[in-house]
Design a protein around this ligand. Structure first.
Ligand SMILES: Nc1ncnc2c1ncn2[C@@H]1O[C@H](COP(=O)(O)OP(=O)(O)O)[C@@H](O)[C@H]1O
Ligand SMILES: [Mg+2]
Ligand SMILES: [Zn+2]
Length: 506
């Protein structure tokens, strides 16, 4: 006897349909799964067998063959347990084919027949809705993801036997209610720029970075406040839109990072991987590619603290996603891309001992040590960092100053305004902010006033800037003008942009 059911797997950040065919024929008892299953699917055999038995359902003592199609798609994880179990029950006659029809099943089975949470459910539900499915069955542990998508009935049976009762219409389950989530929440935990004393120049640099989506390097002695400042960048970015929330939640769903209370990513991500992170953990990878840190930072901030401590390889692989806003992972079978549109914030000491240029402490490093330390960050990576600032150590007066700095909310309102100008400017072009402009857009939108042009020309020659650096300065100047509500790029905007790019000694 033959039955067909449907499950899903995740490919990149999208769901993909899997057809589960089950054939039961006479012969020696046996249970095979074919169709390129990885080890997880093989283990599924044992889980399906035990869960059927322990649910009081029949496990046919004949020859069972399960085929997962399409054969060339790699199937990952344990989410296919449920459609396999339903398929066996249908082929064995315990369920009627029409009782299993028109439904997608997703879930891992525990040996006692209960249905366990799996990763990647949100993209699967989105896929099912997009392709006209009316019903999807997911684990209870993934219920919060099910509540996000309307236009499809999402059911969350606790166990295999509960599912069978429902399908046989003995005891019906009710589909999940849908929640409205609107826009995201601002901020990142409970930190605020108001807590930062002094550091006006760096705060201004971060405001410009947030407004135009520019990457930042902060150079300063230990304790100067680099980490404190970086952590507050997400608090001045605009709240995420509904689409941004769904997009990033999908990514966290695939990475298996949604659990407990955190079922919906409402705050912009802030990721700060340790400097021992591997290149593949940074950009994503694995035999079934999983999103890396750059993708987990999508729509948010990636903070690399102690930049020179990262492996050269890790820093090299960052270049492509920083340039393109997506990361492409090549595999033998196919290449996948994950989104990676983020603001990169990096921090480092000025030298190995950390005190080069300090007013009080003296640097104990030898020149060649300083040289080697700096060379660790390659030119091409630095080229992609539009804003490079020095973080001075706080003066005693600043530290003792009890007046609160500007709050994140106030700074954010300016950022939101500047982003609004950019949204109109780039409407329909796929570009979101000034930092992402291509050459053509740069020429079109960044006309310099004559004085500004003259000033840039003078510095360009005097500082020996590269063409790339030139373009980055113009982009930052565009953002500074946008913050001011100025259509034209004036000399003052160019002057500040030059400062922000050239004040760190190299
Ligand atoms: N501008 C500042 N205003 C208030 N506190 C600060 C400031 N700069 C540094 N601090 C204090 O010093 C601590 C160390 O700063 P941190 O950000 O870790 O420095 P760094 O990362 O540069 O080594 C912070 O946790 C904070 O308490
Ligand atoms: Mg630090
Ligand atoms: Zn030193």
């Amino acid at each position: 006897m033959y039955a067909k059911t449907f499950g899903e797997t995740v490919c990149g950040i999208n769901g993909e349909e899997i057809i589960v065919e089950v054939d039961i024929s006479n012969g020696l008892p046996g249970f095979d799964i074919v169709g390129l299953p990885d080890t997880a699917v093989k283990e599924s055999r044992e889980r399906v067998r035990a869960s059927l038995k322990n649910s009081g359902l029949m496990f046919p003592m004949t020859r069972i063959t399960v085929n997962l199609a399409p054969a060339d798609l790699r199937k990952d994880g344990s989410s296919l347990d449920l459609p396999i179990a339903v398929g066996i029950l249908t082929a064995a006659g315990s369920l009627l084919q029409e009782e299993a029809e028109g439904k997608i099943f997703v879930g891992e089975l525990a040996l006692d027949g209960s249905i366990r949470q799996v990763a990647g459910v949100l993209p699967m539900i989105l896929y099912a809705r997009e392709h006209g499915w009316r019903e999807i069955y997911i684990p209870q542990g993934n219920a919060a993801e099910g509540e996000l998508v309307d236009g499809i009935d999402v059911y969350t049976p606790a166990s295999l036997s509960e599912l069978v009762s429902h399908l046989k219409k003995r005891e019906r389950l009710t589909p999940l209610p849908k929640i409205q989530f609107g826009t995201g929440t601002a901020g990142c935990g409970d930190v605020d720029f108001a807590e930062v004393r002094g550091q006006q120049v760096v705060k201004r640099a971060l405001e410009i970075a947030a407004a135009g989506g520019h990457n930042v390097l902060m150079v300063g002695a230990p304790g100067s406040g680099k980490t404190m400042l970086a952590r507050r960048l997400p608090t001045i970015l605009p709240p995420m839109t509904e689409d941004e929330i769904l997009e990033i939640t999908k990514i966290y769903s695939i990475a298996g990072l949604l659990n407990g209370k955190k079922q919906l990513v409402l705050e912009r991500p802030f990721r700060s991987p340790h400097h021992t992170v591997s290149a593949s953990a940074l950009i994503g990878g694995g035999s079934v590619p999983k999103p890396g840190e750059v993708t987990l930072s999508h729509n948010g901030v990636l903070f690399l603290d102690e930049l020179p401590e990262f492996s050269r390889q890790a820093l090299e692989v960052l270049r492509q996603p920083l340039e393109d806003g997506v990361v492409t992972i090549s595999r033998v079978q196919a290449s996948l891309s994950f989104p990676a549109r983020l603001i990169l914030i990096t921090a480092q000491n000025p030298c190995p001992c950390g005190f080069l240029g300090d007013k009080v402490h003296s640097c104990t490093c030898r020149p060649h040590e300083i040289e080697r330390y700096r060379r660790k960050i390659s030119g091409p990576l630095l080229d992609r960092i539009d804003i490079q600032v020095t973080v001075p150590r706080l003066e005693y007066d600043d530290l003792k100053d009890k007046t609160e700095g500007e709050s994140s909310a106030v700074i954010r309102s300016r950022v939101v305004k500047a982003r609004g100008v950019q949204r109109k400017r780039f409407e329909g072009s796929g570009v979101h902010c000034n930092a992402q402009m291509n050459k053509k857009q740069l020429n079109k939108y960044c006309k310099l006033e004559p004085q500004a042009e003259a000033m840039l020309g003078k510095y360009f020659a005097a500082l020996g800037l590269s063409a790339r650096t030139h373009d980055r300065i113009v982009k930052v100047a565009r953002t500074i003008a946008d913050l001011e509500g100025s259509a034209a790029i004036k000399a003052a905007h160019i002057a500040e942009a030059i400062q922000l790019r050239t004040s760190v000694q190299r």
